[in-house]
Write a protein that binds this ligand. Sequence first.
Ligand SMILES: *[C@@H]1O[C@H](CO)[C@@H](O)[C@H](O)[C@H]1NC(C)=O
Ligand SMILES: *[C@@H]1O[C@H](CO)[C@@H](O)[C@H](O)[C@H]1NC(C)=O
Ligand SMILES: *[C@@H]1O[C@H](CO)[C@@H](O)[C@H](O)[C@H]1NC(C)=O
Ligand SMILES: *[C@@H]1O[C@H](CO)[C@@H](O)[C@H](O)[C@H]1NC(C)=O
Ligand SMILES: *[C@@H]1O[C@H](CO)[C@@H](O)[C@H](O)[C@H]1NC(C)=O
Ligand SMILES: *[C@@H]1O[C@H](CO)[C@@H](O)[C@H](O)[C@H]1NC(C)=O
Ligand SMILES: *[C@@H]1O[C@H](CO)[C@@H](O)[C@H](O)[C@H]1NC(C)=O
Ligand SMILES: *[C@@H]1O[C@H](CO)[C@@H](O)[C@H](O)[C@H]1NC(C)=O
Ligand SMILES: *[C@@H]1O[C@H](CO)[C@@H](O)[C@H](O)[C@H]1NC(C)=O
Ligand SMILES: *[C@@H]1O[C@H](CO)[C@@H](O)[C@H](O)[C@H]1NC(C)=O
Length: 515
Amino acid sequence: MSSPFFLLLLFSLFVAVLSQPPQPRGFFLDCGSTVNSRIGGLQWLSDGPFVAAGVPRNLSAAGLAPTLSTLRSFPFDPSTGPRKFCYVLSVFRDARYLVRTTYYYGGVNGPGSPPVFDQIVDGTFWTMVNTTADYAAGMSSYYEGVFLAIGKTMSVCVAGNTYTESDPFISALEVILLDDSVYNSTDFKKNAMGLIARSDFGSADMIVRYPDDKFDRYWQPFSNSTNGQSSTHNISVSDFWNLPPANVLNTALVASSDKLLVFQWPPASLPNSSYYIALYFADTLPESSRIFSVFINNYAFYSDLTVTSSGLAVFATQWSLSGLTRITLSASPGSVLPPLINAGEVFHLFPLGRVTHTGDIIALEAIKKNISNPPLDWSGDPCMPRVYSWTGVTCSEGTRIRVVTLNLSSMGLSGSLSPSLARLTALSDISFANNNISGNIPDLSRLKRLEKLHLQDNQLTGRIPSSLGNIKRLSELFLQNNNLTGEVPANLLGKPGLKIELFPGNPFLSRPSSS
Ligand SMILES: *[C@@H]1O[C@H](CO)[C@@H](O)[C@H](O)[C@H]1NC(C)=O
Ligand SMILES: *[C@@H]1O[C@H](CO)[C@@H](O)[C@H](O)[C@H]1NC(C)=O
Ligand SMILES: *[C@@H]1O[C@H](CO)[C@@H](O)[C@H](O)[C@H]1NC(C)=O
Ligand SMILES: *[C@@H]1O[C@H](CO)[C@@H](O)[C@H](O)[C@H]1NC(C)=O
Ligand SMILES: *[C@@H]1O[C@H](CO)[C@@H](O)[C@H](O)[C@H]1NC(C)=O
Ligand SMILES: *[C@@H]1O[C@H](CO)[C@@H](O)[C@H](O)[C@H]1NC(C)=O
Ligand SMILES: *[C@@H]1O[C@H](CO)[C@@H](O)[C@H](O)[C@H]1NC(C)=O
Ligand SMILES: *[C@@H]1O[C@H](CO)[C@@H](O)[C@H](O)[C@H]1NC(C)=O
Ligand SMILES: *[C@@H]1O[C@H](CO)[C@@H](O)[C@H](O)[C@H]1NC(C)=O
Ligand SMILES: *[C@@H]1O[C@H](CO)[C@@H](O)[C@H](O)[C@H]1NC(C)=O
């Protein structure tokens, strides 16, 4: 979806004087900004503390909304293979969050089209980001989704794909805690939802958002000038689980005297898939009611709804749509007033991706902490989505997603090897060869599947743990060009089927004296 790039600026003039609900709980990140600021009545934070990669950039165009005038740009290098770059945010486990990403290219990679890339939440591929058409029309683009927090952090990532031609970027990121009742008919343990349209029918005004919408959802005006109508009373909305703001209910599209209202909504053609649809109705005349049926593409969605001024919402949790969608509201016999509709939301339902085994995530986080310059893409889920596993990490298929190899050779790494390496119990291959790793070799005897351990060409010190000799499957142990000391454990030298390399280097290492 798109919005004019000066939109936020206009809003900041309006909201300052109104009394407001509290700022929605969650994160409002002004990507690329080095300072925190108050914009549109909301406190926006610099994104630096939430992301390890990318560089802040400023756009010089005049008149840009403040959140669009800075962005963060991430390196795209096809030779490194697919990489994702993630924001990692603290969330409440099992709570439901609205995630909105905003993009305004502004020519930051040079003239030409904006890059096309992917966006990812935790282990789930969300959607491709293609801002080309909006940018050509002078608009920013935003994407909105609803996701369950599966852990204590949520990661939101951008990632180059096969269409990407220059550095991916992001202008703003919002992650907002929703109340329990909002969209609660969807099973978020299985699905996430991506917004297709959220419409304020009958309004020709501006987008309705915070402070009217306490979660800062955007309600786009959807008008058909012949049918728009404003309410003559103030509609109260306390009974709607999805908590639409009062103003969107105060306008409606109303059928003319033929008692039939037909319109195409959502505006875009849709891929054949399953959708969540919520429609909101409230009579614009006080103390009156009307009865009508709702059809979607000629299928009865709800029959003989009685809509009064106190309002009514209807949902479909999994409704199939394909191509263009036609909504028909048809007055029921006996209804004096023609049908109307005040607001609507439609979301694409898509399956949650899987995530890496928790124990492996914890271990990798500990390993990362002991490396002073871990690879830039080491955040978010280590294995998923599968093409976007962390640099050097490969993972298993199957019921549990486990890390099976860790190859960080020749990456200029310094720091030490965390003992947590031994908790990646599905590992068969480890290589930290040709880096600047120092410290001791940890006890890895828990790694029953380990076959190859390549730690050559580093600055490791201390003794070679004799427990390595207990790893049955170990077939390659390369330790040359380190500063290891002491005696080589006899159980390693005598181990059948083990190829062991200790020299050159390791000047203070000695063979067992008594063998
Ligand atoms: C962007 O502009 C701000 C304020 O003018 C400045 O402090 C910051 O250093 C600039 N950032 C870059 C990357 O040029
Ligand atoms: C991105 O959008 C533009 C304009 O709509 C379209 O021409 C282009 O094919 C799209 N790119 C991809 C990779 O889908
Ligand atoms: C959704 O929330 C409403 C209001 O709290 C509640 O009455 C309803 O039972 C909930 N539905 C589900 C499926 O949890
Ligand atoms: C709705 O309420 C507002 C403020 O409470 C008031 O200013 C306005 O006149 C009311 N509108 C109608 C149609 O009653
Ligand atoms: C508005 O709605 C009327 C009646 O449904 C329809 O005839 C007309 O074409 C619509 N106008 C636009 C601009 O969509
Ligand atoms: C949509 O997909 C379903 C199942 O994949 C299929 O049965 C149905 O015919 C498709 N509908 C259209 C309009 O293509
Ligand atoms: C790992 O890092 C922590 C904190 O920086 C440090 O205390 C610990 O000694 C390091 N472990 C190893 C094996 O170097
Ligand atoms: C690790 O990766 C390097 C380069 O990508 C490759 O040459 C090497 O064989 C790999 N090592 C292992 C143990 O897989
Ligand atoms: C190790 O660090 C030194 C200086 O800190 C650097 O010159 C050297 O290239 C590094 N070696 C590797 C293999 O990264
Ligand atoms: C390793 O040993 C060499 C030779 O004794 C020494 O020059 C070097 O400083 C040592 N490096 C480390 C990291 O201890």
